[in-house]
Write a protein that binds this ligand. Structure first.
Ligand code: AMP
Length: 306
């Protein structure tokens, strides 16, 4: 595996690969790679001739007061892990390589990014503007055939799918299932911030999602009823200083609240356990006699994304 830091060098490598007819996959990350990231790399390595992993702690997607400086940076470990899993190129640009002096452009997806994690009171759409802008840049730099993202960040992938469809990027977005610890906690680089007590309380999120799924299987379809029940469970398990930012049942594509789970939906949750912000989600399938036609991992029809 070759590590490159400049856009020019990366493009030279990729031009040669493309000239040789190789299909290119990209896995964008902020580093501190764990099994969740590695599952994306595995998928790209299995499906593409050449896999580019990007490691870039993107400053524009951190909100003021967030953990930009404290965010874990482990380039030596990341290099070893990405190489072991078969990545071909590791792109590790400096901030100035991505945002040179005078940089003035933003790619903003409206609607999807203005609720849940993008709620105006949390200035969240600025976070998503940072994500879509850097991902648009990475798509233009790498020009991948496929790009791999985690279902764990469902709102992020919904925004990226919207951007790809709206701006006619020629890339196929692949969403990979959330990788979890044995007790169900979704893997996240931020789990390292949790104390032992907080780590135990953090499973309240996945447990609330599981309970929602089982209530749905028992026949409860009303979104408000499922939500109230999940909020009660979260309140029972979390400490008084922890805060639930939201628990909602939403449409997997638009992320609008659904009143009744009559078709595939998504239960989404965000909470602060201590000062660590955690998110998680579960796809919900209403019970039907026939198999579902809508894959939960592909919220926007693929044809629309090309
Ligand atoms: P990040 O480094 O946090 O920006 O994440 C990079 C990519 O890894 C994103 O597409 C995430 O959705 C994905 N990812 C993060 N955690 C997980 C996980 N537990 N399972 C699957 N994918 C994940």
């Amino acid at each position: 595996m070759n590590t490159v830091t400049s856009i020019a060098e990366l493009r030279a490598e990729l031009d040669a690969a493309r000239a040789a007819g190789l299909g290119v996959g990209v896995v964008p990350t902020m580093g501190a790679l764990h099994e969740g990231h590695l599952s994306l790399i595995d998928r790209s390595v299995a499906e593409c001739d050449l896999t580019v992993v990007t490691v870039f702690v993107n400053p524009t997607q951190f909100r003021p007061g967030e953990d930009l400086d404290a965010y874990p940076r482990r380039l030596a470990d990341d290099t070893a892990l990405a190489s072991e899993r078969g990545a071909d190129l590791l792109f590790v640009p400096a901030v100035e390589e991505i945002y040179p002096p005078g940089f003035a452009t933003s790619v903003a997806v409206r609607g999807i990014t203005e609720r849940l994690c993008g709620d105006a009171t949390r200035r969240g759409h600025e976070h998503f503007d940072g994500v879509t802008t850097v991902v648009a840049k990475l798509f233009n730099i790498v020009q991948p055939d496929r790009a791999y993202f985690g279902q764990k960040d469902a709102q992020q992938v919904a925004a990226i799918r919207r951007m790809v469809a709206d701006l006619n990027f020629r890339v196929r977005i692949e969403t990979c299932p959330t990788v979890r610890e044995a007790d169900g906690l979704a893997l996240s680089s931020r789990n390292a911030y949790l104390s032992a007590d907080q780590r135990e309380r953090a499973t309240a999120l996945v447990d609330a999602l599981r309970a929602t799924q089982s209530e749905l299987s028992d026949g409860v379809r009303d979104g408000a009823t499922l939500t109230q029940s999940a909020l009660r469970r979260l309140a029972d398990r979390l400490a008084p200083d922890d805060t639930v930012e939201y628990f909602e049942i939403v449409d997997p594509c638009s992320l609008e609240t659904v009143e009744s789970v009559d078709r595939p939906a998504l239960a989404v949750v965000a909470a602060r356990v201590g000062s660590t912000r955690l998110i998680d989600n579960f796809p919900l399938e209403p019970k039907t006699d026939r198999p579902s036609a809508i894959p939960t991992t592909n919220p926007i029809p693929q044809g629309a994304a090309i």
